[in-house]
Design a protein around this ligand. Structure first.
Ligand SMILES: Nc1ncnc2c1ncn2[C@@H]1O[C@H](COP(=O)(O)OP(=O)(O)OP(=O)(O)O)[C@@H](O)[C@H]1O
Ligand SMILES: [Zn+2]
Length: 457
């Protein structure tokens, strides 16, 4: 009896489609399974499509500049010019990131993203015929524009930067330029700030790379003019500017991983700072004089009328240019990386009063919420609010002064109230703010017969 040979026996089969070695071009065998070239191609296609979807999800749903301004208006009083400038800058920044992702995508030839819109049959890569030609517009890299905010203390520089991070839903850190040192000196080096950004992003590097970093007191690291002959290195000034320059313009920084989830025993991770938006702020005291000098305006001609001095100062600051900033002591390369410059104005008494009550998280609302938790209605009279803003105005630290004035006014009350169960209303008027008498306590439990609240001691 002749043996029947089953020619298909002993032939490996693709575990996915079931075809055998002879039916496909190539079958790749593992210890206990195999896959054919056709199924591999299918898998690659699926992965590419998913990758494309991922990148699209990562890209931001961008609010328009006017939407950004409207959002900022919920939190920040005044500073209209700065709001508009910032809104455009932030919009452009994140648009640039989105475009960069599209560009990378079209480069890698993921299906549907061929740069000229035609299907490409070259196995996934666009053939580069453009060596000697200018790049197509969609391959142009757009440089990033970091931001410089000029303005006195307590007018909302940090607050604007923070609010922008909130609207864009990106991680935010703020730091003080004076606390930074060049690597190797005592103090925080510049990389530490990046590390904090990664922490703010819960260790998510991708997120951190699209974050916002606010650097306050940038004017304090200006080079001291005319003192370049010093032998010792200018630790706090030029060196820090140099160190910042690197990360601001975009670099691959090594960031220590301490403090958040370790990634495979690595000591540090690489963070691309190209997509991080840097907002620098400072009061730049004395910058007006430099601008005034350049414009050739004389003290007498410009600010003869004393009460207009503040307005004059602000008008001057608005005319700032790169030369002025260089004269102030910023390195030209540093200035070059902060092409968006905008000025914030000192808040007037009216605006300080608005800061007290209007923003979504206004100070008055915050204190009212805390008192309500103890069952107490906290009321500020209009005259009380006026007095708080007037006091803050004369303290000269902008909106920063408001909280400490309220805190001082309510200090004793906040100590007493948790034990005064009968009190359900506290009224703060101008006399209370001036410390002439304590805030008034009222109780409804013991309403008088005519229904009015009774004041309690
Ligand atoms: N224009 C404003 N509208 C609403 N609130 C403001 C405004 N300016 C300041 N504030 C309030 O005052 C606080 C302090 O302001 P902010 O930290 O932004 O000041 P700054 O301009 O950054 O000053 P500095 O440079 O001294 O830090 C903010 O947290 C915010 O509550
Ligand atoms: Zn197969």
């Amino acid at each position: 009896m002749g043996r029947v040979v089953n020619y298909n026996e002993g032939l490996f089969r693709c575990d996915f489609c079931g075809k055998n070695e002879k039916q496909v071009r190539k079958l790749i065998k593992g210890p206990s399974s195999a896959i054919c070239d056709e199924c591999i191609a299918l898998c690659v296609q699926i992965l590419d499509e998913e990758k494309a979807e991922d990148i699209h999800e990562e890209s931001f749903a961008l609010p328009t500049p006017s939407q950004i301004v409207r959002y900022l208006n919920h939190f920040v009083i005044g500073q209209e010019a700065a709001k508009r400038t910032l809104a455009v800058a932030v919009y452009n920044h994140y648009k640039r990131i989105n475009m960069e992702q599209e560009r990378v995508l079209s480069r890698s030839g993921v299906k549907g993203h061929s740069s000229d819109g035609t299907p490409d049959n070259t196995g996934g890569y666009d053939v580069d015929h453009t060596d000697l030609q200018p790049p197509a517009l969609d391959q142009v890299e757009v440089d990033k524009s970091n931001i410089l905010l000029l303005g006195p203390t307590g007018v909302g520089k940090t607050y604007l930067a923070q609010s922008l991070a909130r609207i864009m839903n990106v991680p935010f850190v703020m730091t003080d330029a004076t606390s930074l040192t060049e690597a190797g000196y005592v103090g925080d080096d510049v990389e530490t700030v990046l590390q904090r950004l990664v922490q703010a992003a819960d260790g998510d590097l991708q997120k951190a790379q699209h974050g916002i970093i606010y650097i306050d007191e940038i004017d304090k690291i200006a080079r001291k003019s005319g003192q370049n002959t010093s032998i010792t290195r200018d630790v706090s000034g030029e060196g820090v500017q140099q160190a910042l320059l690197r990360i601001i313009e975009g670099t691959i920084a090594k960031v220590p991983v301490d403090g958040y989830r370790k990634q495979r025993d690595q000591e540090s991770v690489q963070l691309d700072t190209k997509g991080i938006l840097f907002i620098c702020g400072g009061a730049f005291v004395g910058l007006e004089d430099i601008i005034q000098q350049r414009l050739g305006l004389h003290e007498s001609g410009f600010s003869a009328v004393r009460q207009h001095q503040q307005v004059d100062k602000e008008r001057l600051l608005q005319q700032v240019n790169a030369d002025d900033l260089e004269n102030f002591g910023l390195l030209p390369e540093f200035i070059g990386r902060l092409p968006v410059v905008t000025t914030l104005n000192k808040l007037n008494t009216m605006q300080l009063k608005q800061v007290l009550v209007e923003p979504d998280n206004a100070l008055v609302k915050q204190y009212q919420k805390m008192f309500l938790d103890d069952g107490v209605d906290l009321v500020f009279t209009d005259a009380g609010l006026d007095r708080i803003s007037q006091q803050a105005m004369s303290a000269g630290v902008g909106a920063r002064g408001l909280r400490s004035i309220i805190e001082k006014t309510l200090e004793k009350t906040m100590f007493e109230i948790p034990e005064l169960n009968e009190v359900d209303r506290v009224v703060v008027d101008d006399q209370a703010v001036d410390g002439l008498r304590p805030p008034q306590y009222f109780s409804t439990a013991g309403r008088d017969s005519d229904g009015t609240r009774r004041q309690v001691a």
